[in-house]
Ligand binder design. Sequence first.
Ligand code: PRT
Ligand code: ZN
Length: 286
Amino acid sequence: METKIRIAIQTKGRLNEDSVQLLKEAGIKMVSGKRKLISAAKNFPMEVLFLRDDDIPQSVADGLADIGIVGLNEVLEKKQNVNIAKELGFSRCRVSLAIPKSDEYTGLNYFESKKIATSYPVILQDFLTEKKIDAEIHEISGSVEIAPGIGLADAIFDIVSSGSTLVSNRLKEVEVVTPSEAVLVANPELSEEKQAILDELIFRIESVQRAEGKKYILLNAPNDKVDEIIALLPGMKSPTVLPLAEQGWSSVHSVLNENDFWEIIGKLKAAGAQGILTIPIEKMIM
Ligand code: PRT
Ligand code: ZN
């Protein structure tokens, strides 16, 4: 029988859509139809297991799944024996300490003898121990941010993304304890065959990630301006220069970062480039 790798992803929630999208961009098609607990891929030796994010670290450590996509915050909290195979760059957030807005923050000693509400007691305890702060941890599973307002705690330790939840609860972020993002985790004892499938998956993910924020650019230029124009293009290697049917003109192709796109476009135009076209890049293979 053909070896398959089993990946655990979140059934629904913040990670689900991006996890499915990542597999899709890696060229992995899932058998359509109703979402079941487990779903086979059509064109890749993979099975997809849908779980709550809280259960993913353990299912990978135990071998129920071989790999999984989960927030780093859950990996750190659950302390299961899994390897981080790849940082995925989505669902970025941070796990932070926050206190009432009206309080003056005096530094970490603020938390001495205070009561802190959180759904991440393990990460918080590790941090407090490391910083030698003696505080009381009050574990609650949801709506942590309302705890100070109702007198349940003095401070909170929770996930922050835009910060608007803190603002609307009259809290302020005072310490970022750990940044987090979605990560691909793997069982540390994969068979050789499964490791090879994981390597192929990582290769594909990296090709997609490399193309992110990049544009393919094509432009026409008079031959005597080509050197000047090439000097403006960062590119991967040297740009492609092709003769146009019209005498004395060339077509120049290269790759641009989206970030410096407009700045470079202005310079290219000033240098005599015409008919500038940009095209999104799906994948970049190195
Ligand atoms: O049902 P299941 O158990 O699978 O899902 P869940 O409800 O436990 O998790 P879910 O889907 O809410 O989040 C999954 C993962 O997304 C988390 O473990 C984080 O790694 C990541 N993530 C990214 C976030 C956020 N951003 C986020 N903003 N998880 C939660 N939040 C919450 C946070 O708890 C707080 O209430 O959003 C609020 C803060 O957001 P801002 O933008 O107001 O700062
Ligand atoms: Zn959860």
